[in-house]
Design a protein around this ligand. Structure first.
Ligand code: BGC
Length: 352
């Protein structure tokens, strides 16, 4: 089996964008575009062996180019929010685009999700891989330093989509990379995700203010609707009378992983009871943002011609904490010349 490469479309009628199809021998297939490193589709079997596409997305490049809420994309240079688009590093103040009301979100106006990456096909021992490289120039979106980034997607024979991130800089900067896939384990376009049962390996989460910026508090999940330390349906408490759920319009919060920030550990396990599909998320990052598609409103029509309604997909974005550049007490997101940023996240699929 070799990785197939086809034209997905063109930007401004001239720059070609390619779509790569990675397959394994166990019924999994992933299609990735070199535009934004977008995971366009991810097909995995259910408990009877029937395959379904479990990520939200479009069938054409043009729909991605028209703008969308980061479906499947690589997010950078800084995933999540930086308050007021401002931070200081080594005494120098930097101003970034305010593209989310007064705050900076997901790398700015033209983040890594809108870049054309240079692709390299790798047929390795672990499975098929696609390496994507991008040079984010000094000053891009207001960030200091030339940052060379490499993201390697691997589809393993164990039905894992593994994402390895690496970055190097020539000036001190901040980096927080993630992937923004929206999952629906019953299949994209089949309705909301409220019946999915979720376990999060997190005893604490980060409460936010009205702009979804962390207040700085690490709050215990005990006795709150944020307690997913035992597997619970996403929808069981999502509409309960809770200040934090009101601010997020549902879950839109970073969870503090119990063993996070060092080696690969289980962050989350999600089970969809009708299909039997299970997705486990492993990461070496300190946090994971649970976003339950609260802003999806049916205006995006997906691959299977279904409108993506309210909460029809969920994201588990492995990452450092939001607004870390302004929080000396959060794990650091600073990268300096000579250092290598490296992180790994695995989405592992099985059935029960
Ligand atoms: C954020 C949401 C935001 C969404 C963009 C998520 O990562 O947490 O607040 O609306 O991305 O679609």
């Amino acid at each position: 089996m070799t990785i197939a490469k086809e034209v997905f479309g063109h930007i401004d009628g001239e720059i070609p964008v390619y779509l790569y199809t990675l397959k394994n021998a166990n019924g999994c297939e992933v299609r990735i575009a070199d535009y934004g490193g977008i995971v366009v589709s991810l097909t995995v079997p259910d408990r009877t062996g029937k395959p379904s596409d479990v990520v939200l997305g479009f069938s054409t490049l043009d729909e991605y180019l028209k703008g969308h809420p980061y479906f499947g994309a690589i997010i950078g240079r800084y995933g999540n929010r930086i308050a007021k688009g401002r931070f200081a590093l080594d005494g120098v103040a930097y101003t970034l685009a305010a593209n989310n009301d007064e705050n900076h979100l997901h790398g700015g106006l033209k983040g890594f999700d809108k870049a054309v990456w240079q692709a390299e096909i790798i047929e390795g021992k672990e499975g098929q891989s696609l390496a994507l490289s991008y040079l984010s120039k000094d000053g891009e979106e207001g960030y200091p330093g030339n940052l060379s980034v490499k993201v390697v997607y691997t589809l393993t024979e164990d039905n894992e989509l593994k994402i390895d991130y690496e970055a190097k800089t020539d000036q001190p900067t901040v980096v927080n990379l993630t992937n923004h896939s929206y999952f629906n384990l019953a299949g994209e376009g089949t309705g909301d995700i409220l019946g999915h049962e979720m376990l999060l390996n997190a005893d604490h989460f980060l409460p936010v203010d009205a702009g979804l910026i962390p207040t700085g508090e690490l709050r215990s999940v005990r006795g709150t609707p944020f307690n997913f330390t035992e597997s619970t349906a996403i929808g069981a408490r999502i509409d309960s009378d809770d200040e934090q759920l009101r601010l997020g319009g549902g879950y839109d919060h970073c969870f503090v992983l119990n063993q996070g920030g060092d080696q690969l550990t289980l962050a989350a396990r999600v089970h969809e009871p009708t299909s039997g599909r299970i997705m486990e998320v492993y990461t070496d990052q300190p946090g994971v943002q649970l976003y339950t598609g609260n802003f999806l409103d049916g205006s995006n029509v997906g691959k299977g011609s279904a409108a993506y309604g309210h909460r029809s997909g969920f994201c588990l974005e492995t990452q450092h904490f939001p607004d870390s550049p302004n929080r000396a007490d959060f794990p650091s997101t600073v990268l300096r010349p000579g250092e290598t940023y490296s992180s790994c996240t695995i989405y592992r699929f099985s059935v029960r």
